[in-house]
Design a protein around this ligand. Sequence first.
Ligand SMILES: NC(=O)c1ccc[n+]([C@@H]2O[C@H](COP(=O)([O-])OP(=O)(O)OC[C@H]3O[C@@H](n4cnc5c(N)ncnc54)[C@H](OP(=O)(O)O)[C@@H]3O)[C@@H](O)[C@H]2O)c1
Length: 300
Amino acid sequence: YFMNYYFISKTESQTRCHSEVILHPTRAPLAVSSPDNAGNSPPRYLGVMPAYSAADDALTTKLVTFYEHLKDSSVPSHQATVLLFDPSNGTLKAVLDGSVITAKRTAAVSAIATKLLMPAFAEVLCILGAGVQAYSHYDIFTELFTFKEVRIWNRTKEKAVKFASSVSGPVRVCSSAQEAVTGADVIVTVTMATTPILFGDWVKPGAHINAVGASRPDWRELDDELMKNSVLFVDSRDAALTESGDVILSGAEIFAELGEVLKGTKPALPEKTTVFKSLGMAVEDTVAAKFVYDAWSAGN
Ligand SMILES: NC(=O)c1ccc[n+]([C@@H]2O[C@H](COP(=O)([O-])OP(=O)(O)OC[C@H]3O[C@@H](n4cnc5c(N)ncnc54)[C@H](OP(=O)(O)O)[C@@H]3O)[C@@H](O)[C@H]2O)c1
C-alpha cells in the first residue's frame, strides 16, 4: 500500500504542493481553497487516494472532491472517479464511477464494525444525517441486521421526511438528534457537521456508534464525553491521529484498528459503549473497484 498526500492552497496567491509517500493505506485529505460567487471560501477539498493491494492484484487511485454546497445544490457534495490500473505493466484498465463505490464501501465497512461491536440484542438503529451516506448505510444495515425500529434525524427535516418516504422500510423521523438517539443501540453519524451533533449524555450505555463524518482535524461530530467514555476503534490509527477532529481534539485513546479485531489480535468488546471512527481508506476503493471490474469482465 502507498499513499501520497498533496496539499494545494491557492490562498497564498500561488499554488503550493508537496507530497510524501507513506506506508499505510489512509485517506488523503486535500485542501483546495477558492472563493465562491459570493466571495466566501466554504470548505472545498480534492483528495487523491492511490493504493495497491498485492492480495487483490489491484492498483487504483481515487480522485474525490468534497465541497460544502449550498443546501439545494444540483451536484452531490462528494464526487469521485476511480482509475484502475494493471499492476503488472501500469496500463489503465478502467475508469469507474467512484461516487457509488465510495457510498457502498463506506457503508460496508461500518456494517463490518457494527457486526463486531454492536450489543447482543440491538433493536433500534438511529441515523443522523440524510445525505448519500445515510441512504447507503440504511440499505446495507437493513439488509444485514434485523432492527425493530429505524430512526432518522437531519438538520433539514424535509430531507429526513423525503428519506423516510423513499426507502423500502418504515423509518421514524425525529425532530431532534437527542430524540433520535435516546435508547438507540446502533447510531450512524453521516453529516458534514463541523461541531458536535452527538453527545455522550444522550447515548445508551453499551450502544455502538459509527462516526463517519468529520473527516478534517478541526471538524467534530461527537463530543468529548462520548469520545472519552467509549472504547474507540478506528480504520487506521495514522489517519485518525492526523485527520480526525473527534480523535485529535478529544484526546481519546485509540483502543484498536478494525483490522486488528478482524485478525483476532484485539477483542471487540461489544458489551461496552463503542465508537468506530471511520475516515475511509484508499484500499477500500481498490478492492471495491477490482470487484466491480471483475464482475463486469465476467459479464455480470
Ligand atoms: N468515512 C468515510 O469513508 C467517508 C466516506 C465518504 C463520506 N464521508 C463523510 O460522511 C459525511 C456524509 O457524506 P455524504 O456523502 O452523505 O454527504 P451529503 O450527501 O452531502 O449529506 C450531508 C449531510 O450532512 C448534513 N449536514 C451538513 N452540514 C451539517 C451541519 N453543520 N450539521 C448537521 N448536519 C449537517 C446535511 O444536512 P442538510 O440536508 O440539512 O444539508 C446532510 O444530511 C461527510 O462528512 C463525508 O465527508 C466519510
